[in-house]
Design a protein around this ligand. Structure first.
Ligand code: GP9
Ligand code: MN
Length: 725
């Protein structure tokens, strides 16, 4: 025992031994933090191993730097300083996480003077007795030095050996990056959420990454001027599509309920899946809405997202501005930029209260910050809903039926009119969300050789029946009659790399599948259901997610003339019907479809290989118009130009007044304060809950049509690898 002690103290009394001990201590404390303070949502053994490994490379690299120093005092001081900085970072994150369930970004650090992000006095309240663990090593090491059990090493560390330590840590770091990329492709370009980054790369690396993001955003922001906004506004003014009097204001004053249909493509509408000679209607309820004359439905509506996927769709739908050409706008700019988004606009035009309901953690896509900037009063993430179990959830959170059911108890306390967005998740890649739920077996899997495609229909069917339950509740509670329900598919569910396997299910040949076919599959539903309205129908106007907001606002009787939006009202007669996909050179109009270098007739997909002069000119003009729309949007978004937009009649959001904690008591306090004037459903219902009106779905049985057709739906083509799901 004594021997071991002596050896240990001997090691600690060398410079390298000291540095390695610090690395070890930091690693131990990180593991402690990972398990007690942070919830990393580790899903498999690979991610567990990665999280065990990830604190080491950068810690070794940083602490290893001190080994280059010759002078004893300077060496020890530097090692202690670096070590302390790393510790401050760890402890600050642990404490911050207890309050915000998120990691400290450099953005949040810089903004900590603002009450919305700073912890202020509450930091002390967040401390726990066990936090002593975070400084235990200091106590022990200092005691050992003071009692001369260990001593400082006066011998400078060999230069070459120092270099070897640096090289080794650099190599370990590359291994870490490589393993992280395997676990989650495109992690660094798409970022997803802070949790994903920390669990793959560790805290120090996450902070460096976040610092770089802030730096890049700040750089562009600081170079932009009010003059640029003027130019952007000139574009917006020129492209303004005036409201169509036939539709203007037809939904004025109603509640707006938005349902984000995860990964839902237009081809699912009216689709019947053929399995072993039987046909199964995938989304009977959504189909009925699509065909209802109470619905304004669009059949040529395209998603316009890129790497930010869901977050891009949200950005487009609620700002009428595009996401970024790389990464996610909500992640990179969400907490900082000035935005005039739907919740804010509706609050100031009709006194709307706003909320988002979503079964995943609030930090995903930086929603917890971006939503404040957009003016959302409440954000009900998974922490407000049923506890996640194997049965009711999967990697992206709580399944839709539970999410809708759980949201009622909050929705009924919202003051009306309200703007409430429900972001579904169950129909998300890899389409296995129902695997843990024994009650949800039933809808058949498709029989291609691509598992992803096979599961897609069953989860879409589940979403359909979840939506049906929710509509039943809306009707039973009476909310239905004074609301409109907006539904949209956020982006493709089956990526282009899988489309050849999907082709046979769509009655197409995988051999002759083209990029035109890929482009046509980027259609997603866009429907505005207006109970009591009878002049709806299927509208064939070509448009995209960027056009949704002006369309909606005009239906609500809010003119968008003064707002800086790059989309156009789809119901306006002045709409130009040019749909720009997020990549320049990719666009669709009723006449032409361009996919990078290829040009097609939209009608039938014939490729135009030798365009005549008139065609060439027409296409050139479209190409330029699409590119200009993207360019103006990018300038607004990356330059944070809306901070100069002071004469649009709207006030900016004061984010310090928004707090997503304890929403129920906030809502109840408002009800109490308003007394008789409270317009929440709960108040109107004589202070009684309407939760019991949400029935467990009784129509889980399939809507099955046996047909004579016996074509097997097995795809002959090869299964493709994952791309950007
Ligand atoms: C996560 C969910 C999925 O909370 O919205 O986002 P996606 O992967 O579709 O971008
Ligand atoms: Mn999505």
């Amino acid at each position: 025992m004594k021997k071991i002690k002596e050896t240990l103290f001997g090691i600690l009394s060398t410079r390298l031994g000291f540095v390695l001990t610090l690395v070890l201590c930091y690693w131990l404390k990180t593991m402690w933090a990972y398990h007690t303070d942070f919830s990393l949502g580790l899903e498999n053994i690979y991610q567990v191993l990665l999280s065990i490994f990830n604190p080491i490379p950068l810690t070794l690299l940083l602490l290893g730097l001190s080994l280059y120093v010759k002078r004893t005092k300077v060496f020890y001081t530097l090692a202690w300083v670096i070590y302390t900085l790393l510790n401050v970072l760890l402890i600050a994150n642990a404490i911050y996480y207890r309050e915000f369930s998120d990691f400290l970004t450099v953005n949040a650090l810089l903004a900590s003077s603002k009450t919305s992000t700073g912890l202020g006095d509450s930091a002390l309240n967040l401390m726990r007795v066990t936090d002593i663990i975070y400084i235990l090593d200091y106590i022990i090491l200092i005691a050992l030095f003071a009692t001369k059990k260990i001593h400082t090493d006066k011998r400078p560390f060999n230069k070459r050996a120092s270099f070897a330590v640096t090289a080794l840590s650099g190599m370990l770091f590359s291994v870490n990056l490589f393993l992280a990329e395997i676990d989650r492709p495109e992690l660094l370009t798409r970022s997803f959420s802070n949790v994903y980054l920390v669990r793959a790369l560790g805290l120090p690396m996450f902070t460096a990454y976040s610092g770089n993001q802030t730096y890049q955003a700040q750089k562009e922001r600081s170079q932009s001027t009010a003059e640029e906004l003027k130019q952007a506004k000139a574009y917006v003014e020129k492209h303004y599509a005036a409201p169509n009097p036939k539709y203007y204001g037809i939904a004025k004053g109603r509640n707006v309920i938005v349902i984000h249909l995860e990964s839902f493509q237009q081809f699912l509408i009216d689709y019947k899946l053929n399995v072993d000679g039987k046909e199964y209607e995938v989304t009977p309820f959504i189909n009925s809405l699509y065909h209802s004359n109470e619905t304004l439905a669009f059949s040529n509506f395209f998603h316009q997202v890129k790497a930010g996927k869901t977050s891009d769709a949200e950005t487009l739908m609620e700002n009428s501005l595009f996401g970024l050409s790389s990464g996610s706008f909500m992640v990179n700019y969400g907490g900082e930029n000035t935005q005039f988004a739907t919740p804010n606009i509706l609050a100031q035009n009709g006194g709307y209260t706003s909320a988002v309901f979503h079964g995943n953690v609030g930090t995903f896509w930086n929603r917890n910050n971006a939503y404040k900037q957009w003016g959302y009063n409440y954000f009900f993430d998974s922490s407000y809903l049923s506890k996640l179990t194997k049965e009711n959830s999967f990697q992206y959170g709580l399944n839709d039926k539970y999410m809708f059911k759980d949201s009622i108890k909050y929705l009924e306390h919202m003051q009306q009119p309200f703007y409430a967005k429900f972001i579904t998740v169950s129909n998300h890649f890899p389409y296995t969300s129902l695997d843990g739920d024994s009650k949800e077996k039933g809808f058949p899997l498709a029989k291609t050789n691509d598992e992803t495609i096979n599961g897609y229909f069953a989860t879409a069917n589940y979403l359909d029946s979840a939506l049906h339950s929710f509509f039943d509740y809306l009707k039973a509670s009476g909310l239905y009659d004074n609301s409109i329900i907006v539904m949209y598919g956020d982006h493709y569910g089956i990526s282009n790399s899988r489309n050849t396997s999907l082709a046979p299910l769509l009655g197409k040949n995988s051999e002759t599948w083209t990029d035109y076919d890929n482009t046509m599959l980027q259609r997603v539903p866009y429907m505005i259901h207006i109970p009591g309205y009878t002049e709806g129908g299927i509208n064939e106007t070509y448009g995209g997610e960027v056009d949704a907001l002006p369309t909606l606002l005009h239906l609500l009787g809010i003119d968008t003339k003064n707002y800086t939006m790059v989309g156009q009202d789809l119901l306006s007669t002045q709409n130009s019907q040019i749909v720009a996909l997020r990549t320049s050179g990719y666009f669709i109009t009723p006449e032409y479809t361009s996919y990078g270098g290829q040009l097609y007739y939209t009608k039938d997909g014939t490729e135009i290989t030798n365009p005549d002069n008139t065609t060439e000119e027409k296409v050139k003009a479209i190409r330029e118009a699409a590119a200009e729309q993207l360019k103006v949007s990018d300038e607004i978004q990356t330059g944070d130009l809306l901070r100069f937009d002071t004469d649009n009649g709207l006030k900016t959001v004061d984010t310090s007044k928004i707090n997503y904690a304890k929403a129920m008591s906030q809502m109840k306090a408002i009800e109490k304060k308003l007394g008789d004037k409270s317009t929440s459903l709960y108040s109107q219902n004589g202070n009684k809950s309407t939760q019991s009106l949400f029935n467990a779905p009784s129509y889980l049985q399939l809507s099955e049509t046996v047909t004579s057709s016996s074509t097997s739906s097995t795809s002959e083509s090869e299964s493709s690898s994952t791309s950007s799901e």
